[in-house]
Design a protein around this ligand. Structure first.
Ligand code: GDP
Ligand code: IMO
Ligand code: MG
Length: 428
């Protein structure tokens, strides 16, 4: 029995999609446990590139069960658009391959409207959300007025909840934000169609995942976002609205934490962030620009350019602590190839102290000064390496320092976006 987690160890976009696809080969079941279609996971197989948002990255295999757990927020419009996209690309999405939790909350049209209106109202203090309705949907879940997929399966229940919610939200949209009211009849009609289409996929996924683990199946939990976007442990309020760390798995799937055997943290060889918020090692210079272009650092979901900076090991170390990471997968070391010198942050100078953890207060964080170590760079040959021994010595030195500082072994090194551009070093 094995049930392991793939998590982002930074601010998202670390290469979770690629690593999930690579590791899914060893798995029977791939499960999303939080977030929604704010995620953008890229998988490259052969000469094809797939962009996934809501559907687990195991869908590209024909023989894996993919699960959207109860902790995920589901926009049915986005779901069927993604299914349509995949089918067009020749990937089958059937109820045998994909199941969706009846407890998952629905992202409703008013959530998307409110996401945008709230961001506009925040003005210069906006979070820089993806605009997919994630925050407002999780708000309703906690407020206890959300609508779940099981409600959608009961026409009368759904209609009552929808009318109540639309009345409330319309008054909020129009009176507080001066927006345009939603037509409840139109929403009702659209959702009747979604109910019909989603029904074959709907299951109690907690039971299915639990039974799978008990039957000795290998289960992979695919995280979205990353450590510092976690609602509790991230750079609040510049975070997403779910627990992106390992603790989110148990609640977001409905299985006991004792069933989870390992957790691999995906860390890019440098750091990126989309959206607003602090970023101590950000490079607002030519090097940052060089990394963005070489690493194609543009958002999969929104197309926004990603902010780039040096690898911050304080962040990765925090991720190992918070999620109990058993190993790290380091991605995109090929992107750094060609730089003469590479810096790595190994602490923050804060007043007279040196911190090796991320402070809670953003005011304190603003006073932190990164402490850097400098490494000699490596050449492009790294992208062709298929074993650890083939990596340039300077790249190995860099990797050894990451493992040493975070006190966590590196199990995988990724040297390119494709499935086969992956070097397995150790067990997860
Ligand atoms: P995710 O959200 O964590 O799944 O990551 P994204 O897909 O948003 O962004 C990662 C990007 O880097 C994608 O375009 C991947 O195809 C690409 N990628 C992943 N691993 C590597 C790697 O080792 N080298 C290079 N050059 N690209 C990679
Ligand atoms: P993957 O899974 C990077 C960021 C947004 C914004 C903040 C809140 O591809 O790594 P939200 O729409 O969730 O309320 O936005 O979180 N964000 C991501 N950044 N990768 C992601 O997902 C992200 N999902 C959300 O940019 O700063
Ligand atoms: Mg992404």
């Amino acid at each position: 029995m094995s049930a392991f987690i793939v998590l982002g160890a930074q601010w998202g976009d670390e290469g979770k999609g690629k690593m999930t696809d690579y590791l899914a080969e060893e798995a029977d079941v791939v499960v999303r446990f939080q977030g929604g279609n704010n995620a953008g996971h890229t998988v490259e197989v052969g000469d094809k590139q797939y962009k996934l948002h809501l559907i687990p990255s195991g869908i590209l295999y024909d023989d894996k069960l993919n699960v959207i757990g109860n902790g995920v927020v589901v926009d049915p419009k986005a779901l069927f658009e993604e299914i349509g996209y995949l089918e067009k690309e020749g990937v089958k999405v059937t109820p045998e391959k994909l199941i969706i939790s009846d407890r998952a909350h629905l992202i409703m049209p008013y959530h998307k409207i409110l996401d945008k209106l709230k961001e506009e109202a925040r003005g210069k203090n906006d979070i820089g959300t993806t605009g997919k309705g994630i925050g407002p949907c999780y708000t309703d879940k906690i407020e206890r007025c959300g609508i779940r997929i099981c409600d959608l399966m009961h026409e009368d229940v759904f209609e009552e909840k929808l009318r109540e919610n639309v009345a409330m939200k319309n008054s909020y949209i129009t009176k507080v934000y001066g927006g345009e009211a939603l037509d409840v009849e139109k929403v009702l009609m659209d959702f009747k169609e979604y109910a019909r289409k989603i029904k074959p996929f709907v299951k109690d996924t907690s039971v299915q995942v639990y039974d799978g683990i008990k039957a000795n199946k290998t289960v992979l939990f695919e995280g979205a976002q990353g450590m510092l976007l976690d609602i509790d442990h991230g750079t609040y309020p510049y975070v997403t609205s779910s627990n992106t760390t390992a603790g989110g798995v148990s609640n977001g799937v409905g299985i006991g934490p004792n069933l989870i055997t390992s957790a691999v943290g995906i860390a890019k060889a440098y750091t990126t962030r989309v959206g607003k918020g602090p970023f101590p090692t950000e490079l607002n210079d030519e090097t940052g620009e060089w990394i963005r272009e070489k690493g194609h650092e543009y958002g999969v979901t929104t197309g926004r350019s990603r902010r780039c900076g040096w690898l911050d090991l304080v962040i990765v170390k925090s991720a190992t602590r918070v999620s109990g990471l058993t190993s790290l997968a380091v991605t995109k070391i090929d992107t750094l190839a060609g730089l003469e010198k590479i810096k790595v942050c190994v602490g923050y100078k804060f007043n007279d102290e040196v911190l090796d953890y991320f402070p809670a207060s953003l005011d304190d964080l603003a006073k932190c000064e990164p402490i850097y170590e400098e490494f000699d760079g490596w050449d492009e040959s790294v992208a062709d390496a298929r074993s650890y021994d083939n990596l340039p010595e300077n790249a190995k030195k860099y990797l050894r320092r990451i493992a040493e500082f975070t006190e966590t072994k590196i199990s995988i090194v990724s040297v390119g976006p494709k499935r086969d551009q992956t070097i397995r070093i150790d067990e997860l």
